[in-house]
Write a protein that binds this ligand. Structure first.
Ligand code: GDP
Ligand code: IMO
Ligand code: MG
Length: 421
């Protein structure tokens, strides 16, 4: 069997959690392959809203195995709390939850270093979620990180102390004081982590494929936050693109099946960095209000703007997307006209439909095509054909421009508000 990969094509928060939950019943395994608690994936069904940060979004289905892959950075304190919160809802998450031993651990000092490094950046700060993502990946690449499997070794404490002391040397007095408060919960969470299903993730997942299980790989963040291809340096520290699923799970490229790209009918971004179609006027404010655009992890207001097709096409290209899912079409309801960016005018007066190398310093002015708005909510019939002509034309316009079919249109946050074509 194959690994189908579902990933965000914009700057994150496209609605990945909702679609993973929607599609999960077709899969035997759901796997996270990169990122960590910087992610906030929202699922809504039966009038309850859940936000998952580290646990894969298949956890609400009883018969699905959920695995945290080696490409993830795991905060054991947040992980333990997520499991406990699910327990309060009557969900025994630990039964179907597996963690690769090669997953990197986020230490309390990584979180403190994240805050410290952001402070030093001053005006050029990334707008990190402050979950310790950057410093943990730095230690992984620097070949000094601690992994989940290390917690089972007799010298784990010494290894922890050694890395901790390196971090402390970088922290200021405030950070060192905060560490004293954070450490007891970390030690407790490490002891808890050791009781969970810690596995050799690459063997686990390949054995599942061999046994005939299909796997859904759940991306976090989005392609424009990818450390190689995103709006560098305003990116996260992992490969959010399809290749990250191979290295973050230990599966060969030949095992990848469908690549499902999720995008909003408009654009949002949280944190700093370039955003060519950002709206600073009341239209942007209206998108934020109608779309409830506030971060699922940090609560920060999301920056909002029109759909950016050069950026979307770029994400489709680097990922080899085979199917598109368009989210939040209902949010544009009641806009008389909607704009779609089809190219950029650069500072030298030339135009392009490619993303410039340096989006940070190059001034790009979006070139818009105006399309008529719509007034649709989820059709009672549940049929795509019952959407208005204007919304269907918008969808067709994007498909023609991008060259990939849109196979799911999402018309609301609830699991049931989903149209399949
Ligand atoms: P993720 O990080 O990609 O999983 O996305 P988030 O959960 O951070 O943000 C998406 C937000 O949009 C959540 O609040 C979802 O409940 C909500 N959402 C998802 N799909 C739709 C949709 O089609 N319409 C509306 N109105 N909200 C949606
Ligand atoms: P999901 O999976 C939106 C952004 C942060 C910041 C930058 C780097 O919910 O789509 P980091 O903490 O990773 O060092 O922050 O990336 N960011 C996200 N934005 N959705 C996310 O995840 C994000 N994860 C990180 O706001 O700009
Ligand atoms: Mg999110």
């Amino acid at each position: 069997m194959k690994v189908d990969v579902l990933l965000g094509l914009q700057w994150g928060d496209e609605g990945k959690g909702k679609v993973v939950d929607y599609l999960a019943s077709k899969y035997k395994v759901v796997a996270r392959f990169q990122g960590g608690p910087n992610a906030g994936h929202t699922l809504e069904f039966d009038n309850i809203k859940h936000v998952l940060h580290q646990i894969p979004s298949g956890i609400f289905r009883d018969d699905i195995k959920n695995i945290v892959g080696n490409g993830v950075v795991l905060d054991p304190v947040i992980f333990k709390k997520e499991i406990e919160d699910l327990k309060k809802l009557g969900i025994e998450a630990t039964k179907n939850l597996f963690v690769s031993k090669k997953t990197q651990l986020i230490l309390p000092t990584h979180r403190l270093l994240d805050a410290h490094q952001e402070k030093l950046k001053g005006n050029s700060k990334i707008g990190s979620t402050l979950k310790g993502i950057g410093p943990t990946y730095q230690d992984k690449i620097g070949r000094q990180g601690l992994r989940v499997g290390d917690t089972l070794m007799s010298d784990f404490s010494e290894r922890y102390e050694k890395l901790k002391s390196k971090h402390i040397a970088e922290l200021d007095e405030e950070g060192r004081n905060q560490l004293k408060e954070l450490e007891p919960a970390f030690i407790e969470a490490i002891n808890y982590l050791k009781t969970l299903n810690l596995v050799d993730g690459e063997y686990f997942i390949n054995a599942e494929l061999e046994d005939g299980s299909n796997v859904l790989a759940e991306g976090a963040q989005g392609s424009l936050l990818d450390v190689d291809f995103g709006s560098y340096p305003f990116v996260t520290s992992s490969n959010t693109m399809v290749a990250g699923a191979c290295s973050g799970l230990g599966v060969a490229p030949s095992k990848i099946g469908e690549v499902m790209g999720v995008f909003k009918a408009y654009c949002t971004r949280v944190g700093s960095g370039p955003f060519p179609t950002e709206l600073f006027d009341e239209t942007g404010e209206r998108l934020r209000k109608e779309g409830h655009e506030f971060g699922a992890t940090t609560g920060r207001p999301r920056r909002c703007g029109w759909l950016d097709l050069p950026a979307l096409k770029y994400a489709v290209m680097i990922n080899g997307v085979t199917q598109l899912f368009m989210m939040k079409a209902d949010v544009l309801m009641s806009f008389d006209k909607v704009n779609v960016c089809t190219g950029y005018r650069l500072s030298d007066g030339t135009t392009t439909n490619k993303l410039p190398y340096d989006l940070v310093n190059e001034s790009v002015e979006p070139i818009y095509t105006e399309l008529p708005g719509w007034n649709d909510s989820m059709p009672a019939s549940g049929k795509y054909e019952d959407l208005s002509e204007n919304l269907q034309s918008y969808i067709k316009f994007i498909e023609t421009e991008v060259g990939v079919p849109i196979s799911i249109v999402s018309m609301g946050p609830d699991r049931s508000q989903t149209l399949i074509r």
